[in-house]
Design a protein around this ligand. Structure first.
Ligand code: HSE
Length: 303
C-alpha cells in the first residue's frame, strides 16, 4: 500500500451571462478526495450527494481514474477514495468537473506523471465536452476558454478576479441537469443575437480587467441561453430585478442552473436573504453563500 493523498478541487460558476461555454470562475467552495491504493475499487461519499452518488465502479471519479489510466498507458491499480463534497450537485457549480479532474490528476500522481493543464483537459473532455467549469476548477481564477467541435484542443487564458467584488451564489433546493438545460436552447441563433453576445462577452472581460464595475450589468446580458433557461429556474427574472434595485453589479445564471450568481460591491447578505425569502414564498427551500474567487485551482494538500 502506498501513501494517502488528498486532493482539493474548487467549485466553479460558468457562462457568467454572455460567455456561454466560455467563461468560468473558480470559487472558494470545495470537494476533497482522499485516495489510497487498495485491494478493490471503493468510494465513500460524505456531504453533498452522499445519499445518491454511486460508490462502486460507476462513480464518476473512479470512471475517470480508470479511463485516464488507459489514456496514460498505465495500470489502473485499485484505489479507495473518500470523497467529501462541499459542492451541491446539479446546481451549475461544477461538481462533476471536480470528480473528473480528480480522477485524472490521481491517475497521473500515482504513476509519477506530470501533466500540463492542456494534457489534463484533453482527457477530461472525454467526460465533459464544455471547458467552462473544467478549466477554472483546474487552474483557479477567472478563465476564458475556446474549444473546437470534434477536437480535443483547448485554448485558454486565466485572469485574476477583482477582489472588490463579492460573489454571491443563491442555491435553490432543486437540480437541473445540464443536458435538460441544453435541450431547451435553440440550435440556430440570429446574427443579431450572436453580435449581442460577442459585444457583451468582450465587454465583461475588459470591465473585469479595468475594474469598470458599472459596466457589468450590461456585460452579463445574454441572448443565447438565459432567456430560455430563466423559465426552468422559476425565480430568475424577479430575483434579478430586485437584486439590481438592491445594488448588485451583475446577476446571471450559474452554468446551466439552478444556482443564480451575483457579483456585488454592497448588500450581499441582504440580496442573499431576499433570494431565500423569494424562493420560500414559492415553496422552494434555498440558501445562499458569499464566496471569493479561488486563485489556485485543483491542488494536493496535506492529510
Ligand atoms: N456551459 C454549460 C451550459 C454548462 O451552460 O450548458 C457548463 O459546462
Amino acid at each position: 500500500m502506498g501513501e494517502r493523498l488528498k486532493l482539493v478541487v474548487p467549485a466553479s460558476t460558468s457562462n457568467l451571462g454572455a460567455g456561454f461555454d466560455t467563461f468560468g470562475l473558480a470559487l472558494t467552495l470545495y470537494n476533497t478526495f482522499e485516495i489510497e491504493e487498495s485491494n478493490a475499487f471503493e468510494v465513500e461519499v460524505y456531504g453533498e450527494g452522499a445519499d445518491n452518488l454511486p460508490t462502486d465502479i460507476n462513480n464518476l471519479f473512479l470512471r475517470t481514474y480508470i479511463r485516464a489510466c488507459q489514456e496514460l498507458g498505465v495500470e489502473d491499480r485499485p484505489i479507495r477514495v473518500v470523497q467529501k463534497n462541499g459542492i451541491p450537485l446539479g446546481r451549475g457549480l461544477g461538481s462533476s468537473a471536480t470528480a473528473i479532474l480528480g480522477g485524472i490528476l490521481t491517475a497521473a500522481e500515482l504513476n509519477g506523471l506530470k501533466l500540463s493543464p492542456k494534457e489534463v483537459l484533453e482527457i477530461a473532455f472525454v467526460f465533459e465536452s464544455h471547458p467552462d467549469n473544467l478549466v477554472p476548477a483546474l487552474v483557479g481564477g477567472f478563465t476564458i476558454s475556446a474549444t473546437e467541435e470534434g477536437s480535443k484542443e483547448v485554448y485558454f487564458e486565466r485572469l485574476e478576479f477583482p477582489e472588490e467584488l463579492q460573489i454571491l451564489v443563491l442555491i435553490p433546493e432543486f437540480e437541473i441537469l445540464t443536458e435538460e438545460a441544453r435541450a431547451v436552447l435553440p440550435a440556430m441563433v440570429s446574427l443579431k443575437d450572436a453580435v449581442f453576445n460577442i459585444q457583451r462577452a468582450s465587454l465583461l472581460v475588459a470591465a473585469l480587467v479595468r475594474k469598470d464595475f458599472d459596466l457589468l450589468r450590461v456585460a452579463v446580458e445574454d441572448k443565447l441561453h438565459q432567456p430560455f433557461r430563466g423559465k426552468l429556474l422559476h425565480g430568475f427574472e424577479p430575483f434579478k430585478e430586485e437584486a439590481y434595485k438592491m445594488g448588485a453589479d451583475a446577476v446571471f445564471i450559474s452554468g446551466s442552473g439552478s444556482t443564480i450568481g451575483v457579483f456585488t460591491r454592497k448588500n450581499a447578505d441582504e440580496i442573499g436573504r431576499f433570494g431565500v425569502e423569494m424562493y420560500k414564498k414559492m415553496g422552494i427551500p434555498a440558501r445562499y453563500e458569499i464566496l471569493e474567487a479561488d486563485k489556485e485551482g485543483a491542488r494536493w494538500a496535506k492529510i
